[in-house]
Design a protein around this ligand. Structure first.
Ligand code: 26Y
Length: 809
């Protein structure tokens, strides 16, 4: 590696000496006496302590960015930090000398499931990029005792198991008792008056101690180490029910303890059925209030009580509406604790806070009943109420459509606190996560706000950590790239462009194919080990990995597979390109439809894989427990990237970017960031199908779509697949699929599976037919990598830094 890195080990020998010493320091034993888990733990602890030293010696400077997110899906850290410190090769060689390959140690690492999917992983990629770019970035989130459930498959069904991720300890975190803060819930607001001055206090209720655990975030080059602060809830001593305890009522005393601890016990699933739980509101308030208290304390130490300048030195970014309370809570602290005037406090909040929206699905927009909100957060609520009152009072009543605009944009409506409106009103910037998505926000979801304050709106197309998802995940391809164009692409993803000329270089393409094959073998082995399904690596690897949701249409993919199955059997002249279909992803515990689709995939897999008439042409595998670590095995092996949500539903998608970067060709709708992928790679290097956003909207608005028409129009082919859901064809594993058939035929196929079916299958057939020309295919794949630099989260973060956070102004 190059000298630009701040290396923590100078040589292999230096590493070995330090590692052996660390075994004694951290585990009290010599290396030889430790098992693999302990060896991993010591190595991670050593790297973590180096990271903390770097931070202590050179704290990042400049405007402080605080990224508030209820989810940080950070994934395993060790391999990434070795890469960022520039010592991956040294450590790998050293471990080989010790007779314990680095891979074996890496496989010991936990994969903290502190997020659901895209939104949580985005927050983690942003942390990586802020540190890489030397931005003074801080993460603010929750330390859930149990992360997202672990998924196991029984009789085809998803079964959820507790994710006890802290079982062996987490070597990256440091508990900071001295930085704990008190967060207050419930009680009553009391008005005080003295000499004509009045103020309010919140009395009684429950006092919760928020204790931070800090995780160092190592930037590429090893020069900047930022901090991710995760909060844990504990009973505050002041509030622990001592009376009950002293009276010997341990049960009562302990109940209070467990009620408080529950706040940081579990991560909520991103399922519409789940929000509205008061515990989630408590989580939102806990990390918001604790984070803000910390920010103001740090600021005051540095700048004194010059609160009017807060927005110059601090940017607070809110990841979706989950931290929407930042605005009113910041006002509460400024007004009640710091004596700032109400209007100034509002101005400061607006200057400091910004908001990203991640969804246009109405059912995912957070709302809380006013009564619940007010009872839990009586004082913070008063600020919302007063801002809402002033908003209505000062509303431009001279506009023609003012009533309609007010109805769309007021915070309080219909007995509810509308969190998206709360977020917009308290922010100076509102952004969507792809060009298409931002357009929909402006034209529809947040249209009223766009009419009133268009200057607040901007687009920030998502990005991904190319270091993790190409550099770490795909070592064979990464090595080929570095040997060909140098390793500058690791710090500047735009350098991937330098690969373009090699897309016509026969020997490079051969090397690319070899790397892909190696990755396919690695994945096939993993799938065989975890599921027993054998995949032939000469087949095309066609991959759809993401959360299970109706709008993402994993069902459409299944329909295509069943269509292939039926046609192979009934028509001996039909010779599709042999393909292995790989699925992975979780469904929220209570999302019945999504869970049924998982069971359907496993049932289809069972039928297809064991049928000798078809299993040399199609195979199906469901990889259980999709997580960052298994994702890093899957993306590099993919050749086709399935991105098939109905147009206008997926805000951006990020697996589309990860797969493209690893040289998979997108088979997708014109949705989310697929649109931008298409523009970058050109229509020859992507396969787009299906209705466009406008067509979907028009079709829905016309009320003229009838699923039964589609069914009746083609009984032998499309109708037959629908029938197979309930006629026993797939029932062997655990029964038929009535509810899926009902979704299509009774609920009139809301997600337009039958509508897009033919266009999808034809697109797939055309795309796979082109696989035969290996040179042309590989050329396209390499061009996908070469043009993926734009999707590095480094680019995204630069845009946030310039346009929203105004760093360096
Ligand atoms: C309200 C609560 C239950 C909730 C919790 C988590 C609601 C939503 C979520 C998570 C949403 C999410 O992951 N959205 C995804 O964000 C990605 C990053 O911007 C996008 O790429 C993706 O299209 C979007 O679905």
């Amino acid at each position: 590696m190059t000298a630009k890195n701040n290396r923590i080990f100078q040589s292999k020998e230096d590493f070995l000496t330090q590692y052996r010493d660390a075994c004694e320091t951290f585990a009290g034993k010599g290396f030889e006496e430790l098992n693999d888990q302990e060896r991993y733990y010591v190595l991670a602890s050593l790297v973590a302590s180096k990271a903390k030293n770097v931070r202590a010696a050179a704290r990042p400077e400049g405007k402080e960015v605080y990224y508030f997110s209820l989810e940080f899906l950070i994934g395993p850290l060790l391999d990434n930090y070795l890469l960022n410190f520039g010592v991956r090769d040294i450590v790998e060689e050293g471990c080989n000398d010790l007779g314990t390959p680095l891979d074996r140690l890496l496989s010991q690492e936990v994969d903290p499931g502190l997020g659901n999917g895209g939104l949580g992983r985005l927050a983690a990629c942003f942390m990586d990029s802020m540190a890489a770019l030397g931005i003074n970035g801080n993460g603010n989130g929750m330390r859930y005792r149990y992360g997202l459930f672990k998924q196991v498959i029984k009789e085809g069904r998803q079964v959820e198991k507790m994710d006890n991720w802290l079982e062996h300890g987490f070597p990256w975190e440091t508990r900071k008792n001295e930085s704990a803060v008190i967060v207050q819930f419930g009680g009553n607001v009391v008005r005080h008056e003295e000499n004509g001055r009045y103020w309010f206090t919140q009395e009684g209720g429950d006092l919760v101690k928020a204790v931070p655990y800090d995780v160092p975030i190592v930037g590429y080059g090893g020069k900047t180490v930022n901090n991710l602060r995760l909060w844990s809830a504990e009973p505050a001593e002041e509030n622990f029910d001592l009376d009950a305890f002293n009276a010997g009522d341990y049960a009562k005393a302990m109940k209070f303890r467990s009620d408080v601890e529950a706040i940081s016990q579990i991560l909520y699933p991103n399922d519409s059925g789940e929000h509205g739980r008061i515990l989630r509101l408590k989580q939102e308030y806990l990390f918001v209030s604790a984070g803000l208290q910390t920010i103001l304390r740090t600021y005051e130490k540095k700048f004194g009580p010059k609160w009017e300048d807060l927005g110059k030195h601090v940017a607070i970014h809110t990841n979706d509406t989950h931290p929407a309370m930042c605005g009113p809570e910041l006002m509460r602290i400024l007004v009640d604790d710091k004596g700032v005037d109400f209007d100034l406090a509002f101005k400061i909040a607006q200057e400091t806070i910004s908001y990203t929206n991640h969804t246009v699905m109405p059912e995912a927009l957070e709302k809380w009943p006013i009564n619940t909100f007010r009872a839990l957060l009586p004082r913070t609520y008063m600020f919302i109420e007063e801002i809402d009152r002033r908003y209505r009072e000062s509303f431009p009543h001279d506009r023609d459509n003012w009533q309609d605009l007010l109805a769309q944009t007021a915070i309080l409506w219909d007995g509810q606190v509308r969190m998206a409106n709360l977020s917009v009103i308290f922010s100076h910037s509102v952004n969507g996560v792809s060009a298409l998505h931002t357009g929909i926000l402006e034209a529809e979801t947040l249209h009223g706000f766009y009419e009133l304050t268009p200057e607040k709106f901007n687009n920030k197309t998502n990005g991904i950590s190319h270091r993790r998802f190409l550099g770490n995940a795909n070592p064979s391809y990464a090595r080929l790239i570095s040997n060909t164009i140098g390793d500058g692409w690791l710090s500047d993803a735009n350098e991937l462009k330098k690969l373009e000329p090699y897309a016509d270089d026969a020997s490079f393409l051969e090397e690319f194919e070899k790397a892909k094959l190696e990755n396919k073998r690695r994945l096939a082995k993993y799938i065989a080990d975890t599921t027993g399904v054998e995949l032939d690596t000469s087949m095309v690897f066609d991959v759809q990995v993401k959360r299970f949701h109706a709008y993402k249409r994993q069902l459409l993919n299944v329909f295509k597979i069943l269509d292939l199955y039926n046609r192979i059997i009934s028509d001996s002249s039909f010779q599709p390109r042999p393909t292995a279909f790989v699925f992975s992803g979780k469904a929220a515990q209570s999302y019945t439809f999504a869970k049924e689709v998982i069971r359907l995939i496993n049932s289809v897999a069972e039928v297809v894989n064991s049928d000798a008439r078809v299993n040399d042409k199609i195979r199906v595998a469901f990889v259980p427990n999709f997580a960052v670590s298994s994702a890093q095995l899957i993306y590099p092996a993919a050749e086709i990237s399935e991105q098939i949500s109905w147009a206008g539903s997926e805000a951006s998608g990020t697996s589309n970017m990860k797969l493209m970067m690893n040289g998979a060709i997108t088979l997708g709708t014109y949705d989310g960031a697929n649109v931008e992928i298409c523009k970058l790679v050109g229509e020859d290097n992507i396969k787009i199908f299906g209705l466009r956003t406008e067509e979907v909207e028009n079709l829905r608005a016309s009320g003229k779509y009838w699923a039964w028409d589609a069914y009746n129009a083609d009984r032998p082919r499309l109708g037959r697949i629908v029938d197979e859901l309930t006629d026993g064809t797939l029932a062997h594993l655990s029964g038929n699929f009535e509810s899926i058939r009902d979704e299509l035929m009774v609920n009139n196929d809301h997600d337009l599976v039958l509508k897009d079916f033919y266009s999808y299958v034809s697109a797939w057939e055309e795309l796979t037919a082109s696989y035969a020309d290996r040179k042309a295919w590989n050329r396209s794949a390499v061009l996908n990598t070469a043009r993926s630099g734009y999707f590095s989260s480094d680019r995204t973060i630069r845009e946030y830094a310039n346009d929203i956070w105004h760093i360096g102004d």
